[in-house]
Design a protein around this ligand. Structure first.
Ligand code: SAM
Length: 266
């Protein structure tokens, strides 16, 4: 536990330009995140992690990594990229996108470090692309989690194969899904190419395609959720468009996701 006075905590939190995650802090406050996973983490099919070696891929401010630690994991490693330039930007946005994001989000990884200190956490952070995960580099893990990352990758199945190479036990993939395509094609795997050259976003799968990507990468699927919405946090810019279908189908306002519990056996 941190011994910081509440004012120190508030100051440390305010020093982070943009909080992606809403994270509970020891003084009863929480980071002002864009997203609030606290309200849906119970739906995400996280297995019992007590005594296990765990990996969180693409951790951002570290909500999932800290949650694994809080639930009793023996060791938690979290990976991310510290430079916005290393993201899979579309060609025309390679320079402009990274600069824009850096301006909005500030120093990448600062939020993780602040939260780690305030929580007195032992999570170890590694700068590593999901594509570069290998047993030689990070060893192997009993439990691997990866949330809201595949959408940002040009080659999500390649990343899933790399994740599989370091997963000895089970893998939780909790990803953004395309709701309309999930309702229209419950069994047909379909992905929408987002094709917005201003965003670092590529493929948005329906629920079936998310599952199929895991199977294609060599995972066996044990359980899967229905779509649920990751709620916006207090700092998220107001969402002006009415998305009634989205809200009804995902059970609330936010970004539709689905989770799959998989294992590396073919
Ligand atoms: C939308 S955030 C998701 C954060 C968190 N995993 C969650 O579930 O809320 C995506 C994260 O993936 C990271 N990222 C982007 N490309 C990556 C890559 N190739 N390898 C690892 N992480 C990556 C970003 O830096 C960012 O922290």
């Amino acid at each position: 536990m941190s011994t910081s006075a509440p004012t120190d905590i508030a100051r440390a939190v305010a020093d982070v330009a943009l909080w992606y995650h809403t994270i509970d802090l020891p003084d009863g406050s929480a980071t002002p995140g864009w997203f609030d996973l606290r309200r849906v983490v119970g739906l995400m099919l996280l297995p019992d992690v007590r005594g296990k070696r765990c990996l969180d891929v693409g951790t951002y401010d570290g909500f999932l990594a800290f949650e694994l630690e809080r639930r009793g994991a023996r060791e938690v490693v979290a990976t991310d990229l510290s430079d916005h330039e290393d993201w899979d930007w579309p060609a025309r946005m390679r320079e402009r996108g990274a600069a824009g994001l850096a301006q909005l989000a500030g120093r990448k990884g600062h939020g993780f470090e602040v939260a780690r200190t305030l929580l007195g956490s032992s999570v170890q952070k590694l700068e590593l692309s999901a594509y570069d995960l290998s047993p030689e580099v990070v060893g192997s893990f009993d439990v691997v989690v990866c949330g809201s990352l595949l959408l940002h990758l040009r080659d999500p199945v390649r990343a899933l194969e790399a994740i599989r190479s370091v997963c000895d036990g089970c893998f939780v993939s909790a990803e953004a899904v395309e709701l309309a395509l999930s309702l229209r094609h419950p069994r047909l795997p379909v992905s929408r190419l987002i094709a917005d050259p201003t965003l670092c976003q590529w493929w948005l799968p329906n629920v079936s395609a998310h599952r199929q990507m895991l199977l294609t990468a060599g995972f066996g699927v044990q359980r899967a959720t229905r779509p649920y919405a990751i709620p916006f946090g207090v700092a998220h810019p107001p969402v002006t468009r009415h998305r009634i279908l989205r809200r009804l189908a995902a059970g609330g306002q936010g970004v539709p996701h689905a989770a799959v519990l998989a294992h590396p056996d073919l």
